[in-house]
Design a protein around this ligand. Structure first.
Ligand code: NAD
Length: 262
């Protein structure tokens, strides 16, 4: 049997999709969890907290726009106050722009970088500062993607942001290793969440095809023969947060049903 974790974790973008599954799983693993998301998602985030507490776990909610450093720092401080420190930061929040280069606006580019890349930077920075002060090590875990390994058509801004997340993570993994802090990313493939619904919508509208067909077409490219679920991703994050992953740092764990080999 592995040692009990009984520590705490903050998860961003946790009101729905992959972040929600991660928050539920880490709570099941024994972590006290702060469920964070945008103000517009607070009802859903409250429901995630409710579900965790109903299942016997420990959770609280916080409003965080990851693009705003002061939001992230305030949430990390409140988390550390509530749970006597912070052991795991899951920088999960992200947005997806699906557009050709010539139609990607500077505003879309900026927003993608601010949420997907600066957001992870803010989370790593706020958590690492506390983890170093605590002197107890910690885990920084970021959301990358198979698009952080291979760019794709209409994914310029998204892939650039996710390549950046991998570069940031490899760098801080080396810097923070002496403090016992590891940094890794999870790289999902095609997960059926509201994000992929919006990608499907953008793709099928461009191609003049029925809604849902772009997502269904992806199944043919997935050797395991089905779309990924948020729970598939949450299992990998659970592992990265566990004692069993103590000797893994700077890595991207691809969880995509066999589409891409890193
Ligand atoms: P989703 O759109 O279903 O959920 C994202 C959550 O992040 C939402 O609750 C949203 O409110 C929140 N969010 C958005 N902007 C935010 C901000 N500025 N600050 C705080 N929260 C914010 O997305 P998902 O599919 O669950 O994806 C989660 C992560 O996994 C993202 O980083 C995404 O890029 C990555 N990912 C997803 C897939 C996929 O197939 N769905 C594949 C690879 C990587």
């Amino acid at each position: 049997m592995s040692a009990p974790t009984a520590k705490s974790a903050m998860v961003t973008g946790a009101a729905r999709g992959i972040g929600r599954a991660i928050a539920l799983r880490l709570a099941l693993d024994g972590f006290a969890v702060t469920v964070t998301d945008l103000p517009s998602a607070q009802d859903a985030a409250d429901q995630v907290v409710h579900d965790i507490v109903q299942a016997g776990g420990t959770a609280r909610c916080a409003v965080v726009d990851v693009a705003v450093l002061s939001d992230v720092e305030a949430a990390a401080a409140a988390h550390a106050e509530a749970y006597e420190g912070i052991d795991v930061m899951v920088a999960n929040a992200g947005v997806a722009i699906t557009a050709p280069l010539l139609e990607t606006t500077p505003e879309q580019w900026r927003q993608t970088m601010e949420v997907n890349l600066a957001g992870v930077f803010h989370c790593y920075r706020a958590a690492a500062r506390r983890m170093i002060d605590q002197g107890t090590g910690g885990r920084l875990i970021g959301a990358a993607s198979v698009s952080s390994h291979r760019g794709g058509k209409w994914q310029g801004a998204y892939a650039a942001s996710k390549f950046g997340v991998r570069g940031l993570t490899q760098s801080v993994a080396q810097e923070l290793a002496p403090h016992g802090i590891t940094a890794n990313v999870y790289s999902p493939g095609v997960v059926h969440t509201p994000m992929w619904d919006s990608i499907d919508d953008a793709m099928t509208r461009r191609l003049g095809q029925p809604t849902g067909t772009a997502m269904q077409a992806m199944i043919e490219a997935i050797p395991l023969g089905r779309l990924e679920t948020p729970t598939d991703v949450a299992g990998v994050v659970s592992f990265l947060a566990s004692p069993d992953a103590a000797y893994i740092t700077g890595q991207s764990i691809v969880v995509d049903g066999g589409m891409w080999f890193s």
